[in-house]
Design a binder for this molecule. Structure first.
Ligand SMILES: Cc1cc2nc3c(=O)[nH]c(=O)nc-3n(C[C@H](O)[C@H](O)[C@H](O)COP(=O)(O)OP(=O)(O)OC[C@H]3O[C@@H](n4cnc5c(N)ncnc54)[C@H](O)[C@@H]3O)c2cc1C
Length: 370
């Protein structure tokens, strides 16, 4: 899994003052640290294990350098596209503890450190009979990145189970805990993509899970799959297995074909605009928007497919065929091999322009471009 990738570059130093705590790598190749598999180099990568060390290691040298030079938190690299070398410090969490912090007859409160593999966390919840994370099975990445875009799939979002997010502020050098209601969670969105972007490192996430069965089968394809795979009441295991089976049938494995899952967000438009488009495309799916009843969500994958891009490469747009849209999943932009981040972005822009001209709809890129 991409989030288990480890830095291939030479480990430069392990300072005895933070032995086993902070590892520093210099001039490191990022090729194995991003799921697109694009080549880029970072001047420095710092891996930390204990949040306290972020504030006090090497007499504050790390923090003072982060306040001056460019820096970026890196998780598993499953939602990042590097378009150039990163001339600064990548900060990566290797803190992976999961602990139960409270328990009531109905709920389990769990704290997971940011370097924990997300899918490992989901498996931990399932093994401990805790409900709420199972629909998010199989999403590659780290726990620390989950709140950033409020990861979601199959009718569930991380915000449904997040109680609070623990961060370290680079600006002030202090730790803060943000309650979920202050995280401005939305569809693939949060305060961490906006006001707090580039200002905090997420160190841990606190979750509240249900000890009582709470199957979420609102997503029709998931309900069908669960019904196929189990008889009687749905269990955590058969929901998770059904999710993974649907995901595997739809999404390319980044180990085989470079990609970052959905490249574009599903556009949210005024409902009257959606109905206007639907007049010429009555087969176009329309979804009510949970956040705003005057808006309608369109399926970016449907628009891209309807515009004829599925399975096409950038040869269509004068490129070298190294970038394309996956033949089975129109929402997924793929690196066919050897593509650069800039080639991927240029191709995505061609798709955006075409969708704008054919449907009048702007597609927003979900992946973080660096
Ligand atoms: C095959 C595939 C399928 C996918 N399916 C889904 C899906 O179903 N639903 C979904 O929502 N997403 C999906 N994604 C996207 C991706 O899995 C998620 O966005 C995931 O949360 C990325 O985690 P990461 O650790 O790899 O983050 P990265 O890609 O390393 O980072 C993503 C962003 O988070 C920031 N960040 C990372 N860690 C921290 C931290 N500790 N503190 C502060 N900022 C941080 C980074 O700076 C960057 O801006 C998919 C990706 C792939 C490759």
């Amino acid at each position: 899994m991409a989030s288990a990738m480890s830095p291939p570059g030479a480990e430069l130093s392990i300072n005895s003052s933070y032995l086993c705590v902070v590892k520093i790598f210099e001039n490191i190749s990022l090729r194995n640290l991003n799921s697109f598999g694009v080549e880029a180099c970072a001047a420095r990568l710092v891996e930390w294990e204990s949040p306290q060390e972020l504030s006090r290691n090497a007499d504050g040298e790390l923090i003072s350098s982060l306040t001056k030079d460019p820096w970026l938190a890196l998780g598993g690299g499953n939602n990042i596209l590097f378009t150039r070398d990163f001339d600064g410090t990548l900060v990566k969490s290797a803190a992976r503890k999961i602990e139960v912090t409270a328990e009531t007859p109905k709920t389990l409160s769990v704290r997971a450190e940011s370097g924990t593999d997300w899918d490992y966390f989901v498996s931990w919840c399932i093994a401990n009979n805790a409900w709420g994370a199972e629909n998010l099975s199989g999403i590659p990445g780290s726990v620390g990145a989950a709140p950033i875009q409020n990861i979601g799939a199959y009718g569930a979002e991380a915000k449904d189970i997040i109680h609070s997010v623990e961060c370290f502020s680079i600006d002030t050098g202090v730790f803060l805990t943000l309650a979920a209601e202050h995280c401005a969670f939305g569809y693939r969105d949060s305060v961490f993509k906006r006001q707090l972007r580039g200002r905090v490192i997420i160190t841990a996430v606190n979750f509240i899970l249900s000890k009582k069965p709470r199957p979420n089968l609102h997503y029709a394809a998931l309900a069908e799959k669960v019904a196929e795979t189990g008889s009687g009441e749905p269990t955590l295991q058969n929901i998770s297995q059904a999710v993974i089976s649907i995901r595997n049938s739809k999404l390319p494995d980044p180990k085989k074909i470079g990609n970052a899952g959905s490249f574009f967000k599903n556009p949210i438009v005024d409902t009257n605009v959606a109905h206007e488009i639907a007049k010429s495309h009555p087969e176009m799916p329309l979804y009510p928007c949970a956040e705003n009843h005057l808006k309608t969500k369109l399926a970016a994958g449907w628009l891209i497919e309807a515009a004829g891009w599925r399975g096409k490469t950038d040869i269509e747009t004068g490129g070298r065929g190294r970038v394309g849209i996956h033949p089975c999943q129109a929402l997924v932009v793929i690196n066919n091999g050897g593509a650069t981040g800039s080639e991927i972005v240029s191709f995505a822009q061609e798709v955006q322009q075409d969708i704008k001209s054919k449907f009048g709809v702007s597609l927003e890129i979900e992946v973080n471009i660096c």
